[in-house]
Design a protein around this ligand. Structure first.
Ligand SMILES: [Zn+2]
Length: 102
């Protein structure tokens, strides 16, 4: 890594040698670092999307409208499960509220 990389800061025009951030204004100027951060971002985004899909109750809605009937059945089962869980959750919340008020 003896190679010198001189990058002109796109923000303030100062030349920086072997720096990831501009010494003058702290702007990220390393292309490699930029790419790394971008990759991290998209990876993080994919993870968040996967979690969202998993936890999103709308999945049941989507499944219920699926052209394939087995998926629609799964959608209804999922929908019922979500309903039961939220009913229990609401009941529990009410119960706790009652105790707290009591
Ligand atoms: Zn700068």
């Amino acid at each position: 890594m003896s190679e010198k990389r001189i990058i002109k800061c796109p923000n303030c025009g100062v030349f920086n040698t072997n720096k990831e951030y501009c010494t003058n204004c702290n702007t990220l100027i390393s292309h490699q670092k930029k790419r790394e951060l971008k990759e991290q971002d998209s990876k993080q985004q994919r993870v968040e999307e996967a979690i969202y899909e998993k936890e999103n109750p709308k999945l049941a809605e989507r499944l219920k409208k699926h052209p394939f009937f087995l998926y629609r059945i799964a959608g209804w089962i999922l929908y019922s499960a979500i309903m039961v869980v939220s009913a229990i959750g609401a009941g529990l919340a009410w119960f706790i509220a009652m105790i707290a008020a009591g």
